[in-house]
Design a protein around this ligand. Structure first.
Ligand SMILES: [Zn+2]
Length: 194
């Protein structure tokens, strides 16, 4: 029990008391439930990897999107999280490739550029063939700061840098924004001006 509590307590957002609660909850569950949880963790680590091109999580490398020869490889839409890719894919309106930052700059929380997948993005752009990078970070203070940092990093690489149009409500997570609004945001994107 003690070992389990210690393990849970290492998870983000879970303190010692929550860890104890979860451990006791599992103790009372049927064995099959606990087995299913343990199995899901083991399978996740052995089957999910990161696409070496777009940095999205995937069961294959390259991921299905990067491997899709029908996609427009000259355009990269930069988003914060894997779930943002899902949201854009659901609109069916975007045919280019993605780049997943795995977060956004948060200087106050100690999240600097090195914690994000910015270097792999710059490598993709430098490798030529990319004409446009669309900054699709969320319209929040941190998302905007991340976009500004990216624009400054990309500006001298000979690529068009655009930002999604501001139909997006400020602060709204992308997965809560309607398809129509996201579609407008893609089509109405503008040259990035800092
Ligand atoms: Zn990929």
């Amino acid at each position: 029990m003690q070992r389990l509590v210690e393990q849970f307590a290492t998870l983000p957002g879970i303190g010692k008391r929550s860890a104890e609660r979860v451990a006791f909850y599992l103790l009372k569950q049927p064995k099959a439930e606990a087995d299913a949880l343990a199995d899901a963790i083991v399978k996740m680590k052995s089957s999910v990897r990161q696409c070496s091109t777009c940095c999205n999580i995937s069961e294959s490398d390259p991921c299905p999107t990067c491997a899709d020869t029908e996609r427009d490889t000259s355009t990269i839409l930069v988003v914060e999280e894997p779930k943002d890719v899902v949201v854009f894919e659901q609109t069916g309106l975007y045919k280019g490739l993605y780049h997943v930052l795995m977060g956004r700059l948060a200087p106050l929380d100690g999240v600097g550029p090195g914690a994000l997948t910015i270097e792999p993005l710059l490598r993709r752009v430098k490798a030529k063939g990319v004409r446009e990078v669309i900054l699709g970070t969320t319209p929040t203070l941190e998302g905007d700061g991340t976009a500004l940092h990216l624009q400054e990093s990309l500006v001298n690489l000979g690529v068009n840098v655009t930002r999604l149009a501001r139909g997006l409500p400020t602060g709204a997570p992308l997965d809560l924004v309607s398809k129509a609004v996201l579609g407008d945001a893609i089509h109405g994107r503008r040259r990035f001006e800092s």
